[in-house]
Design a protein around this ligand. Structure first.
Ligand code: IPE
Ligand code: IPE
Ligand code: MG
Length: 259
């Protein structure tokens, strides 16, 4: 079977969605929010929403592979989420191990590489191990990169990056005048990745909740009222169509290409 390039896939996807190939983002970041409210709306416990939300991940990730998306970055647990009740955290941690194991065949069959954004501190050993094994197993895949922001906080990511830069300066490996935007980007979890073009948040909230603050500098926002467990391919199509029709001026008076 011939392997289609990202470009080939974006041309085909553009035709299907009625947008130019450049209208298909290279990097989509998603804040998957609303699992609890979705469950509560139906009189079910929050856990039920998390299970359903986890199942949606695989569907959306596979669809992104078809569309020619190169990077899909999903916010699944923030450093601030440790404030939640222990039972909910325990349930979520169990779910991450389960899904990370369960998704392996799909990742291998679809040539998807898994990457982790976040800290390993406080994560249960089982989650650390399943993450490491899945990252290792999929490391040779050169199709889409699926970035899982798990135990992630952007301010902590930037703080750690700044510390690493300061250390390199003290050790004489880096000169202060060489610290520029690229240098800072290279000290984040997303080193070497293009910045997100499109940031999607479900459940209607208009905030970033400490997600990719540096990287989304010029990302386009798309917020849908739908809760994450009810987000489907058509919603992603809508987000992309709206993105494709935005005028990304990046400070200029006419649209710019930043790809
Ligand atoms: C997002 O859904 C999943 C996580 C943060 C783990 P929520 O659990 O935040 O659901 P709501 O926002 O309370 O409805
Ligand atoms: C953001 O959702 C984090 C994730 C989706 C993992 P939250 O539900 O934690 O965000 P807030 O509390 O509404 O800002
Ligand atoms: Mg929430």
């Amino acid at each position: 079977m011939t392997k289609l390039s990202f470009e080939d896939k974006r041309i085909a996807a553009g035709q299907t969605l009625g947008v130019a190939p450049e209208g298909i983002p290279r990097h989509i970041a998603i804040i998957m929010d609303g699992n609890g409210r979705w469950a509560e709306k139906q009189g079910k416990p929050r856990f039920y929403g998390h299970s359903k939300g986890g199942a949606i991940v695989e569907k959306i990730a596979l669809y992104c592979v078809d569309l020619g998306i190169e990077y899909l970055t999903l916010y699944s647990f923030s450093l601030q989420n440790w404030k939640r009740p222990k039972e909910e955290i325990d349930f979520l941690m169990g779910l991450y191990s389960l899904y990370l194991e369960g998704i392996r065949d799909t990742l291998m069959n679809s040539n998807v590489r898994l990457a982790h954004l976040g800290s390993l501190d406080r994560l249960p050993q089982k989650v650390v191990d399943t993450l490491a094994e899945t990252i290792e197993m999929t490391g040779g895949n050169d199709g889409m990169t699926l970035g899982l922001a798990l135990n992630y906080g952007s301010r902590t990511e930037i703080t750690e990056g700044v510390k690493a830069i300061a250390k390199e300066c003290l050790e004489g490996k880096l000169k202060i005048e060489d610290i520029d935007h690229d240098c800072i980007s290279d000290h984040l979890y997303t080193a070497g990745w293009p910045d997100p073009d499109l940031l999607i948040r479900t459940s209607g909230e208009m905030r970033l909740s400490n997600y990719l603050l540096w990287q989304i500098s010029y990302a386009e926002f798309y917020v849908t009222e739908k809760y994450w467990p009810e987000f489907d391919k058509c919603d992603l199509d809508d987000a992309i169509k709206i993105y494709a029709n935005r005028s990304r001026r990046i400070g200029d008076v006419k649209p710019q290409s930043i790809v």
